[in-house]
Design a protein around this ligand. Structure first.
Ligand code: HXC
Length: 260
């Protein structure tokens, strides 16, 4: 499907989804959010897909936030609807059956930082910058930032970022655990595709259930999460991939996984 504000390209079974509004530093308006939903729905039914890399067009921004011009005249009800639409996008990414990696190539502010946080893994370029500057605009994050940021970096660090609106660079983001690693700008996309490629060589059912165990379990107390883990662990034994993976190990050969 052609999009106005996104580019979706398949690169050796991995999708690269690029938010493409460089003149507005890839700010998220309603149309872009709806296109993200449509794009992920389309990718969800692509059985060959191994994972998704999400990035921003141009050299300056990943996503500089929700579109301020589009939000300027919203009333309370429309504001809530806009927040819910964004939250639906974040949840879609978070629960997507394949790994989703944010390749953060520049400003990831407000809704942009929230978008990166919904991804499974964040890799930043040297020039990436992160922040939740909503308080500068008289609003609070609305795409899940008040919930995901403290889960990722702890309450104290999250509240400092949320209440000051300060921006941090890629190395500070790495130090506090907001990103996994910082790489040179021109290595960003290759590095993310390499990570997807590495995951693609594992058992696909195990990859899906492992993400599900973490994503579903983090919402629960440890005991309930472990019960859920045991269920999903058991489910692995209903797959041919488990038979193949363990047989291959014992026969000292590489496994051939078939995703069933
Ligand atoms: C709309 C934006 C934008 C945004 C940048 N632009 N960010 N338009 N929404 N979030 C536009 C600018 O208006 C400008 O358009 C062009 O992109 C280039 O930006 P400049 O400001 O000229 O660039 P620069 O001086 O380099 O500054 C970069 C920047 C700054 C530091 C990233 O643009 C900035 O502070 N942007 C806003 C960041 C922000 O507050 N994000 C949070 C939004 S609230 P023109 O037409 O003049 O060239 C949010 C809430 C989410 O995300 C939840 C909602 C429910």
């Amino acid at each position: 499907m052609p999009f106005n504000n996104l580019i979706c390209a398949i690169n050796d079974k991995a999708a690269v989804v690029t938010v493409n509004r460089p003149k507005a530093l890839n700010a998220l308006n309603k149309e872009t959010l709806e296109e993200l939903l449509a794009c992920f729905a389309e990718l969800a039914v692509n059985d060959d897909l191994t994972g998704v890399v999400l990035t921003g067009a141009g050299e300056k921004a990943f996503v500089a936030g929700a579109d301020i011009a589009a939000m300027q005249h919203l009333d309370a009800l429309a504001g809530r609807e806009f927040g819910r639409l964004g939250q639906q996008v974040m949840r879609t990414i978070e629960t997507f059956a394949k790994p989703v990696i944010a390749a953060v190539n520049g400003f990831a502010l407000g809704g942009g930082c929230e978008l990166a946080m919904a991804c499974d893994i964040r890799i930043a370029s040297e020039t990436a910058k992160f922040g939740q500057p909503e308080v500068n605009l008289g609003v609070i994050p609305g795409f899940g930032g008040t919930q995901r940021l403290p889960r990722l970096v702890g309450t104290g660090m999250a509240l400092e970022l949320l209440l000051t609106g300060d921006m941090i660079d890629a190395h500070e983001a790495c130090r506090i655990g907001l990103v996994n690693r910082v790489v040179a700008n021109d290595h960003l996309l290759p590095h993310c595709l390499e990570l997807i490629g590495k995951m693609a060589r594992k058992g696909p059912i195990a990859i899906r259930l492992c993400k599900d165990a973490v994503r579903g379990g983090i919402e629960l107390d440890c005991e309930s999460g472990c019960r859920r883990e045991a269920d999903l662990f058991g489910l692995c034994f209903a797959s041919n991939d488990q038979t193949e993976g363990m047989a291959a190990f014992l026969a000292k050969r590489q496994p051939t996984f078939t995703n069933n």
